[in-house]
Design a protein around this ligand. Structure first.
Ligand code: F6R
Length: 242
């Protein structure tokens, strides 16, 4: 695990965008594992800017997103497909057919999870997996629990996560209760992992993930076992570490 300490959200975003750009330049046909939420928005913005300047080319890249709410269609403005389109895919030259997000409306969610695992395998695995971290240490929607789930699966969202994500919905009642998420095994099989953390609300989870025991009660702690994990965190997120 390598931890880069940066001043604030903007610096974190620029550094993350630099690493994603480097990945794309070195391997234009990269498979990018992508995340949603507030954390990566600045990095995506920066990537769009560099694309517009002509410095980046996504035409040969593929993407697989970590997760999607169960029950939301890609047109719903809080779905993760919608988020990805509006924050990144609509603004760069990635081939839309090579962008993948679990289908929240799949009639058979278990079959959709199996399809997603196979898709990741068929793509040859993930080159660079971008991650945010939940205040409870979750990655993707792998919530604190008793076991590390390997593959893509359906999860029940915790009250804490629903509460935190309710800021994007009209009320907490509208937050879906379940999601489809890559498992810890899918994430750990990525060749490189880039975790971003900004703000004091992430400080305890970041501390526990980096220095606590590797336990499923703190899902991100498993990253201690990955051979190439880079963390970019700002001063507030690192406040319990430095
Ligand atoms: C999003 C995801 C989540 C978020 C996490 C942090 O695809 O998988 O694990 O990364 O909930 O969310 P933010 O960035 O909104 O603080």
């Amino acid at each position: 695990m390598v931890i880069y300490a940066v001043k604030n959200y903007d610096e974190m975003s620029r550094k993350a965008a630099n690493m994603i750009s480097a990945q794309l330049i070195l391997k234009p046909e990269s498979v990018l594992g992508l995340a949603t939420g507030s954390t990566p928005v600045g990095a995506y913005k920066q990537l769009v800017e560099w694309y517009e300047k002509g410095d980046l080319d996504f035409s040969r890249a593929s993407s697989v997103n970590l997760d999607e709410y169960k029950g939301l269609s890609g047109e719903h403005d809080q779905s993760y497909r919608y988020f990805m389109n509006s924050n990144l895919f609509d603004h760069v030259n990635i081939d839309r057919n090579r962008t993948n997000v679990p289908d929240g409306l799949a009639e058979d969610a278990e079959a959709e999870c199996r399809r997603y695992n196979q898709l990741i395998r068929d793509l040859g695995g993930i080159d660079l997996q971008l991650l945010g971290i939940g205040g409870n240490g979750h990655i993707g929607f792998n919530e604190p629990c008793d076991v590390f789930e390997k593959g893509t699966h359906v999860v029940k969202l915790t009250e804490e996560t629903k509460e935190s994500n309710s800021r994007f919905f009209a009320s907490i009642e509208e937050v879906p209760t379940q999601a489809l998420t890559m498992g810890v095994g899918n994430i750990m099989s990525a060749r490189k992992i880039l975790l971003l953390a900004s703000g004091e609300a992430k400080a305890q989870a970041l501390y526990d993930s980096c220095f606590g025991p590797v336990i499923p009660a703190v899902p991100a702690s498993v990253l201690q076992l990955h051979q190439d994990t880079v963390i970019i965190a700002d001063e507030a997120a690192l406040s319990l570490i430095r």
